[in-house]
Design a protein around this ligand. Structure first.
Ligand SMILES: [Zn+2]
Ligand SMILES: [Zn+2]
Length: 404
């Protein structure tokens, strides 16, 4: 999203389309700064491709973003190591609540968005007018993070995400999901089977690790080796480094000498031996990354794959979800005899959570609804209008609109 004022041009996030890694259509010349809400591909993936003067984000976002960028440069060759280095050199990191004058007429501040480590809602003072861009938000406390901060200064214009913006987008309580998840893992381990869990490297991976180890510690889940692979080895390390950005429960367990993400092992050949185990690996939609090499475990009907998030069209994850009998991750076909289960853990607030968020923050005078499929955006726009009675727009990509 581009913000143009009389004196400056800035971007709020600069991501890639996660389904095909395509770049946004922007003119990067004269952009004074890019403000990054969090280290997910769809919010930061495209940055090194452009040569931006200045990039602002929270401190943990810097480290997470570096891993994401390295992953992209390896997988898609959109940009190289030099562009990443160049981008790293332009970053200035902030803490939540820290005010920063970024151009002649814009001052910024970041609030905790509760979505992934270091995620933020970006608050701008543009010549006295106030704008809040929520970024991706979760208003409910998770295993790893505090809920989104709603104790926000006055707002003229709100830009809100709408991933689960339709009234039908109501998710079961976390406890229920966790129960199902642990139940699915247990039933496979009891049969002597293996459980494969594809995840994205940041956010859900750490939630899942903390759920698994919590249940192993309390005895409600059999203790078996948990193998991890892919970028999440590094990202989980970053979660530990920035533990003071996580929720107080996680901080407590760390202070008591307990690793909330458990005693994981780097995946090796023992994943393929005869003993039951859990293997967690990238990528979340099974369209690349080390997860592909574990798919051959699905030849065995005792093994199971648990999909933990949305699976886009044209991904292997979607094929599995749709119940295909054969997959071709590499050259050879593999029969799918194992079980396929989907339990969606999301780092986004559901519809009810978005509505609660809207009621908790100061009432804006105008609202833009973004970051959702068309139906979700339009539905949330309708809800906002009904709840707050202020002008609300769900703009299409490419539209130019007055901010205030
Ligand atoms: Zn996100
Ligand atoms: Zn997003």
């Amino acid at each position: 999203m581009e913000i143009d004022t009389k004196k400056s041009r800035i971007l709020l996030d600069c991501g890639m389309d996660p389904s095909d890694n395509s770049l946004p259509n922007i003119n990067s010349k004269d952009i004074g700064a890019v403000l990054v809400s969090h280290a997910h591909l769809d919010h930061c993936g495209a940055i090194p491709y452009f040569d931006f003067k200045k990039i602002y984000c929270t401190t943990p976002t810097v480290d997470l973003m570096y891993i994401i960028w390295k992953d992209i440069s390896k997988l898609s060759k959109t940009y190289n190591e030099d562009s990443i280095k160049n981008a790293m050199g332009s970053i200035e990191s902030l803490n939540y609540g820290e005010e920063k004058k970024i151009t002649n007429d814009i001052t910024m501040k970041m609030y905790d968005a509760g979505h992934i480590l270091g995620s933020s809602s970006v608050y701008l003072d543009i010549d006295g007018k106030k704008l809040l861009y929520t970024g991706d938000i979760n208003e409910v406390e998770s295993r790893t993070l505090s809920p989104a901060d709603t104790d926000i200064d006055e707002i003229d214009t709100l830009i809100i995400e709408s991933t689960y913006g339709a009234p039908m987008d109501i998710k079961p309580a976390r406890k229920v999901l966790e129960g199902q998840f642990i139940g699915e893992i247990s039933s496979t381990l009891k049969k002597g089977g293996k459980v494969i869990i594809p995840v994205f490297a940041v956010g859900r991976a750490q939630e899942i690790l903390s759920i698994i180890f919590n249940h192993m510690r309390s005895g409600s889940l059999e203790r078996v080796p948990v193998y991890v692979d892919g970028a999440l080895i590094h990202t989980t390390g970053i979660y530990l480094t920035y533990s003071h950005w996580l929720n107080p429960k996680i901080r407590n367990s760390l202070e008591n000498g307990m690793n909330p993400f458990g005693d994981v092992k780097k995946a090796d050949n023992s994943v393929f031996d005869n003993d039951p185990c859990i293997v967690i690996s990238t990528s979340g939609m099974v369209q690349g990354g080390p997860i592909l090499q574990y798919l051959k475990l699905l030849k065995n009907p005792n093994n199971k794959i648990i999909l933990t998030g949305y699976q886009a069209e044209d991904t292997l994850g979607r094929e599995l979800e749709e119940g295909v009998k054969e997959i071709t991750p590499f050259k050879n076909k593999i029969p799918v005899n194992g079980e396929i289960v989907k339990i969606e853990f999301s780092a986004h607030g559901d519809y009810n959570s978005l509505v609660r968020y809207l009621k908790k923050i100061p009432k804006p005078k105008k609202v833009f609804v973004v970051h959702g499929e068309k139906y979700q955006s339009l539905s949330l726009a309708m809800t906002v209008w009904k709840t707050l009675k202020v002008p609300t727009i769900a703009p299409t990509v490419g539209s130019i609109l007055p901010l205030f």
